[in-house]
Design a protein around this ligand. Structure first.
Ligand code: HEC
Ligand code: HEC
Length: 335
């Protein structure tokens, strides 16, 4: 009998020691990690959105952890412990059926886009396999005072009525827009400046500049427009809103095909819009509800030139190409 007590007691003791060593003590240690620079607690609305995120299983398909690997560079810098100071229990996720969302507030900063995408992902990403979350919206005959209808394009919109986000949808989108990585002073990401070219170090650029391209080279400081690069940059950064066809989404995102700012001999407004974004501009007689996000912080002058030139020479547009020097000049003038 005594022996049995020793065996059982010893086993329990070993169990308690293991739990302390691998769970309790590390958790206490981790909870002492200070918040990263500029990491702020969620607002009550954003915290409510986080609960909606968890309740709807968004983390079954989406991670919130950027690994220090090359293939994760598209999502941002590697995650650091201080990033999660106010986000416990962490929604790290283990499956990436969809992209990592750590930095989605920077990558997709438009609430209009987020609402459209939640209502029906196909309305903005034609090839998307993400399920729709229509139950987070109400369809009403008229827009109630103080509410704004989501501009869902006709093929995806309900036959009649306006699509109005529910309080859960509003909280969820507030949370998504709050998912932004903050820079860590002194940390610099090696390699690419942009999502589309993670494997191409900047040092490889002179080699491409020497290669003749199909499009007319805008020779300036060794720069030649590279149509493939332009398309590779346009697709992740711009096509989600303006669409691969350049046709935009009626009522939500303006067309770039035949756009007066794009198909224009003077590229200033075009470059300025890409660098510094825009809001409330009436384009082709239409006022758009959302904002065009600024890209000055994430795209180099050469990247902007390649994107701008892609737009100026696609879908029937025939404006003269620009150079990184012209982009730099607009950048220098500031917003
Ligand atoms: C069954 C898997 C799945 C579930 C569940 C899911 N998603 Fe997605 N999600 C995807 C896929 C695939 C994509 C990429 C295609 C696209 O953009 O629609 C995506 C894309 C996204 C994007 C755009 C990210 C980017 O950087 O382009 C956001 C934002 C997003 N999802 C939010 C959510 C939210 C919020 C939920 C929960 C309400 C959710 N997702 C649930 C699969 C899923
Ligand atoms: C989140 C959605 C979104 C993304 C991503 C986006 N845009 Fe826009 N864009 C808009 C909206 C909305 C407007 C209209 C802004 C307004 O009404 O002032 C716009 C306007 C424009 C205009 C028209 C300017 C004018 O005065 O006619 C150009 C050019 C443009 N975007 C280029 C780009 C390029 C290039 C990219 C990628 C680097 C891009 N956009 C990415 C939403 C987006």
């Amino acid at each position: 009998m005594k022996k049995l007590v020793w065996i059982a007691g010893g086993a329990v003791l070993i169990y308690i020691c293991l739990v302390l060593a691998i769970a309790v003590i590390p958790a206490i240690e981790l909870s002492k990690v200070p918040a990263g620079p500029d990491v702020v607690p969620l607002t009550p609305l954003q915290a409510q959105g986080r609960a909606v995120f968890a309740a709807n299983g968004c983390d079954y398909c989406h991670t919130q952890q950027v690994r220090p690997l090359n293939e994760d560079k598209v999502f941002g810098r590697p995650s650091a412990p201080g990033d999660f100071a106010y986000q416990t229990p962490e929604l790290l996720g283990s499956e990436r059926t969809g992209p990592d969302l750590t930095n989605v507030g920077n990558a997709k900063p438009s609430d209009v886009w987020q609402y459209m995408h939640l209502y029906d992902p196909r309305s903005v990403v034609p090839e998307s396999i993400m399920p729709n979350f229509k139950f987070l919206f109400r369809v009403l005959a008229t827009v109630p005072p103080g509410e704004t209808a989501v501009p869902i394009p006709a093929p995806f919109a309900p036959k009649d009525g306006k699509v109005i986000p529910t309080p859960q949808a509003k909280a969820l989108v507030a949370y998504l827009l709050a998912l932004k990585q903050t820079p860590i002073p002194g940390y610099k990401m090696s390699g690419a400046t942009s999502a589309a070219t993670p494997a191409t170090p900047a040092a490889a650029a002179p080699a491409t500049a020497a290669t003749p391209t199909a499009a007319a080279p805008a020779a300036a400081g060794g720069y030649a427009y590279d149509a493939a690069k332009g398309e590779a940059l346009f697709t992740p950064h711009c096509a989600v809103c303006h669409q691969a066809t350049g046709a935009g989404v009626p009522g939500a995102f303006p067309p770039l095909k035949g756009n007066a700012a794009v198909d224009n001999a003077d590229p200033t407004l075009h470059i300025h819009t890409v660098l510094y974004g825009a809001q409330g501009v009436t384009i082709g007689g239409v006022a758009y509800p959302g904002a065009m996000p600024p890209f000055a912080g994430q795209l180099s002058d050469a990247d902007v030139a390649n994107i701008v030139n892609y737009e100026r020479s696609s879908w029937g547009n025939q404006a003269k190409p620009v150079t990184p020097v012209e982009v730099a000049a607009v950048r220098a003038k500031g917003k």
